[in-house]
Design a protein around this ligand. Structure first.
Ligand SMILES: Nc1ncnc2c1ncn2[C@@H]1O[C@H](COP(=O)(O)OP(=O)(O)OP(=O)(O)O)[C@@H](O)[C@H]1O
Ligand SMILES: [Mg+2]
Length: 372
C-alpha cells in the first residue's frame, strides 16, 4: 500500500484479521508505521521506492493519490497489478480531469465548471453562472484546503493570488445550493464483483468532514439513487478497489457528484461497526479479487464524529478514559502528534436512531477534545 497514514493503519488492522501481508510505503513517524505495520520507507512519488514496493508485493494499492501516474503506467506495462489502475487514479490526481470525465457520463450530474488559466476566465464564468462561485485546486486539496468559496470578484482575486503563490492550478465551479451532503462507498473487484454501502449523510465545517450519520435525512428514494449511481460509476470508470463518492443533494432532489476518492474514506469509517464488512477489509478483498463482504447495516442507525486537535494543542489521547465512559462509544485514535485542527481520531456509535447515535458519538468526541 502506497501511504502509511491513518487509513493505512486501519487497513493494517483489517489485514491482521485476514493474515494478509500488508506493506506500507511511508515514513517511520506515520500512523500505520507507529502501529507496527510493516514499512518500506519512501514516498509514493519516488519511482525507485514504488518499484521496490511492487517487487515485494502481489498487488499494489493506495491510501492516497499523491502518486506519479507515468511511473505507475510503467509498472502496469511490466505486468504489475496496480489497483485501482493508473487511468482510474488519474481521476483523483486531477480534479478538473475528474469533472470532465464525469460530465461526459450520461445520467451523471455535476456542478457547472470551467478551467481557469487567467483571471478573465473567472469573470466569464461569473457572467454566465453568477456569484458566489467556488475556486478549487486541481490537485493536492483535502479537508477544504484547496477550496475557496468566493462571494464576489474581489474575493476571487484574493483566492487566485493565494493559490498562485502556492503554485496551484485552479478550476472554477458553480456554488450549489446544498440541501444535504451524501457519500457512498463502492467496491469492485477485477473479476467484476460489486458491493455498494448504504448512503450516509455527511456534515462539513469549514470544508472539513466533522460528522457522518446513517441513515441520512434525505429519504429512501434519494438513498437508492445514490447507491445506483455508485454502482454505475464503478462500472463506468473500471474501478478495481474501493471508491468513495461525495454527492450534493440540491433542491428538486437533484443529485450532483462532488468528487470521487479512489481509496478508503473518512465518510466510510462508521461501517467498521455499523456494517458486516469494514471499508478497510473491503478494500483488501477487492484489490486481491477475493469475494466481497456484505454491506448490510447491522444496526438501525449509526454516527461517526471526527476527533480534531483542540486549539490548546493538547492531546485527546490523554482524555481517553473520559470518552470510554460514554456507553456504546467505539473510540479510534490514530496515534498522530496532536496539532490544532488536525484529524486525530474518530468515534462511532450504533443506536436505534441517528439522533441518539450522533448525541453519544458527539459526547465522546467532545470529551476527547475537552469541550464543555
Ligand atoms: N460547488 C460547491 N458548491 C457548494 N459547496 C461546495 C462546492 N464544492 C465544495 N463545497 C463545500 O466544500 C466542501 C469541501 O469541498 P471538496 O469536497 O470539493 O474539497 P476537498 O477539500 O477535496 O474535500 P475532501 O477532504 O473531502 O477531499 C464540500 O464538502 C462542500 O461542503
Ligand atoms: Mg470532499
Amino acid at each position: 500500500m502506497v501511504g502509511a497514514g491513518q487509513l493505512a493503519r486501519m487497513g493494517w488492522q483489517a489485514a491482521i484479521s485476514l493474515d494478509l501481508g500488508l506493506i506500507c510505503l511511508g515514513s517511520t513517524g506515520d500512523a500505520a508505521a507507529r502501529a507496527g505495520a510493516p514499512l518500506l520507507e519512501g514516498s509514493g512519488r519516488d519511482a525507485a521506492a514504488v518499484a521496490e514496493l511492487a517487487a515485494r508485493c502481489d498487488v499494489l494499492t493506495f491510501e492516497h493519490e499523491l502518486v506519479d501516474l507515468a511511473m505507475l503506467r510503467g509498472l502496469q506495462a511490466r505486468g504489475v497489478p496496480v489497483r485501482p489502475s493508473a487511468d482510474v487514479l488519474a481521476l483523483a490526481v486531477d480534479k478538473l480531469h475528474q469533472r470532465r470525465t464525469l460530465s461526459e457520463i450520461t445520467g451523471v450530474d455535476v456542478p457547472a465548471f470551467a478551467p481557469v488559466s487567467e483571471p478573465s476566465d473567472i469573470q466569464t464564468f461569473a457572467e454566465r453562472h453568477g456569484w458566489p462561485l467556488v475556486l478549487k485546486a486541481r490537485s493536492g486539496g483535502y479537508d477544504g484546503r484547496g477550496v475557496w468559496m468566493c462571494a464576489d470578484a474581489e474575493e476571487a482575486m484574493v483566492a487566485l493570488a493565494e493559490s498562485r503563490a502556492a503554485g496551484l492550478e485552479l478550476y472554477v465551479e458553480q456554488a450549489v445550493e446544498i440541501v444535504a451532503e451524501l457519500a457512498v462507498l463502492v467496491a469492485r473487484s477485477p473479476s467484476g464483483r460489486l458491493a455498494v454501502y448504504p448512503a450516509v449523510e455527511t456534515f462539513q465545517v469549514d470544508g472539513m468532514c466533522r460528522w457522518v450519520v446513517m441513515p441520512g435525512r434525505f429519504g429512501d428514494r434519494v438513498a437508492a439513487r445514490a447507491v445506483e449511481l455508485a454502482g454505475t460509476l464503478a462500472e463506468r470508470v473500471g474501478l478495481e478497489g474501493l471508491m468513495a463518492i461525495e454527492l450534493f443533494l440540491a433542491p428538486g432532489e437533484r443529485l450532483l457528484v462532488n468528487e470521487l476518492a479512489l481509496r478508503t474514506h473518512n465518510t466510510g469509517h462508521l461501517h467498521t461497526e455499523a456494517s458486516d464488512t469494514s471499508q478497510f477489509e473491503q478494500h483488501l478483498r477487492a484489490v486481491l479479487d477475493l469475494p466481497l463482504g456484505t454491506t448490510t447495516p447491522r444496526t438501525p442507525a449509526a454516527a461517526m464524529v471526527n476527533v480534531v486537535g483542540p486549539p490548546d494543542g493538547s492531546d485527546p489521547a490523554s482524555r481517553l478514559a473520559d470518552a470510554l465512559a460514554v456507553p456504546g462509544a467505539c473510540v479510534h485514535l490514530y496515534g498522530k502528534a496532536a496539532r490544532p485542527g488536525r484529524k486525530l481520531g474518530h468515534v462511532t456509535v450504533c443506536a436505534a436512531t441517528p439522533e441518539a447515535a450522533l448525541e453519544s458519538a458527539r459526547e465522546a468526541a467532545d470529551r476527547l477534545e475537552r469541550h464543555e
